[in-house]
Design a protein. Sequence first.
Length: 252
Amino acid sequence: MPEGDWTERYAVDAGATSITGTVREHNEDAACAHSEMGMVAVADGLGGHNAGEQASGIAIEVLERRLGEIRDAGASPTVEQMFEAFGEANTEILQDAEANPERAGMGTTLTCLVLVENRVLVGHIGDSRAWRIRDGFAEQLTRDHTLVGQQVRDGSLTEEEAENHPMRHVLSRCLGVEPSIEVDLVEGDLDVDDIYVLASDGLVHGLDGEAIARIAMRAKEAEEASSSLVNEACEIDGTDNITAAVLVCRER
């Protein structure tokens, strides 16, 4: 392992849960959680049944394969390798759609968190989200790549106006639509008792940051936290697929 690797100091617990919800017939979300890799990821597919499921599944599979190969080689992923993994996922989705015309137009969000030495690296495209919970507070690490989200950042819409805007779910970026993509990369420090939550937008329909922190902190294990998050969100609003992946850092 690299010098100063997170495995020397931290014991990492990761878990993920994904449910269809109470209205949708199919689950187009996908997720993964690997404690030994220090990695969690969430993808929210679009394009209808089969297409959406295929796109999100490809995205997660590529990340697991590429980042797993790096970790198996005794290294930590670099920023450049994270970009490459997202690019490869984008290419594979486009190639699959070309080979299967019935899936033309499919795409997916993708948010991935991986531990790199003693830091956190988050790759992100779309409107799935990542939060860091530290000292009882949830901080959103990602920004939504939606048309409405961009209007909020430009100052033409308020946060309150955006919450109920009819176009709030229209993506401005995702995988599988264009040959070139723009991925956000966020880097941060890592500390004992940090909790990271990644989720599809279905979770946000039911829970705000304060609720996410409260639910995640009361769980004893990451898998329990992810399950509690999606189930409580579903009780409030189950109109969408709901997925959460949780990674917890404890002192070894």
